[in-house]
Design a protein around this ligand. Sequence first.
Ligand SMILES: *Cc1c(COP(=O)(O)O)cnc(C)c1O
Length: 380
Amino acid sequence: MPPAILGGAPAFPDGPPRWPRPDPATAAVLAAAAADGSWGRYHGPHVPALEADLAALHGVPHALTCASGTLAVETALRALRVGPGDEVILAGYDYEPNFLTVHAVGALPVLADVAPHNWNLDPAALDAAASPRTKAVLCSHLHGGLVPMPAVCAWAAARTVGVVEDASQATGATIAGKPAGTWGDVGTLSFGGTKLVTAGRGGALLFRERAPFQRARLWLHRGTQAWAPLGELAAALVRPQLAALAEGTVRRAGRVARLLRELAGVPGLTPFENVVDGVPAFYRVGFRFDPGAFGLTRAVFVAALRAEGVAFDAGFTSLHLGRSPSRFRAAGERPEVTAAGLGCVGLHHPVLWGDEEDVLRVAAAVRKVYAAREEVRGKL
Ligand SMILES: *Cc1c(COP(=O)(O)O)cnc(C)c1O
């Protein structure tokens, strides 16, 4: 059977599963909001209830919601008083808007190396990135990877440097016994349309201390008026998803374990590994792709799996590429950042909600493409 990219039948003829997934809880929230009019209010019950849920779920005293995860990251930096003249350390392989958000508050991004085993921020790279101007570390848990937060927090505490922990891709994860997003001085979440918990748009902040919480709340208001809030309806839609999050995290982790067992013999596709103890949340399942070993370029691999109806993507572009050197400070050689930008692939999460059969089909599609690699290379 040829792979779909050469005209064979795709593994998933209807393409990747839809997200957000069809859920009776969503329909119930929409009907209830239509009936009670809460969808159309400035101040209703849902936003305060969601903020209370977020705080309780994460075991922190304070949570805030806002219009996006990107705004949450900006608000977090402002809550730590990051501003002009300051430096913020982040991974050289990271979500590009986070880099731009450091500029948005007037600070300079400093790009640190990532760890070879999961291409997430490497705490061992912080020393090389530090300077007297370092005000904060901004770390994201990416593609099922977990940043070793105990090490990052210990490093930062010894220098009175703040920590923003972006758990947008790790909502529901646990690191060394604590929820992702609660290690940093401020944690951030996203409820964007592709995220594990979604309202189409939206974000949240988590705080252990009262002072940054108050600064964040002040920043998000003009007097009594919130200028970029989460809407009441969005908050109502997030609440049942949050209640189901723990179950979803376990389910996805089980599917990923099965998938990785099935893919174990495929050359050139090495799953991310975490060195810190924890339970990852899989917004994406990250892999280090080696074109030489697999026998296809990364772009062709992704195109071939997409043709199968499997939502593989290339990862991010390394942040230093194509950018004026005046826009960042580069800390050291950062060999893994370059490798990550060229070699990362990720499988998008919706297929992990399905039956075990679905991940077996994903694995079979990968093996089919691998088996046909020479033919694919010859024809493309
Ligand atoms: C999605 C995401 C965000 C925030 O995204 P919004 O679309 O603005 O809610 C922040 N960081 C990471 C790592 C993300 O994946």
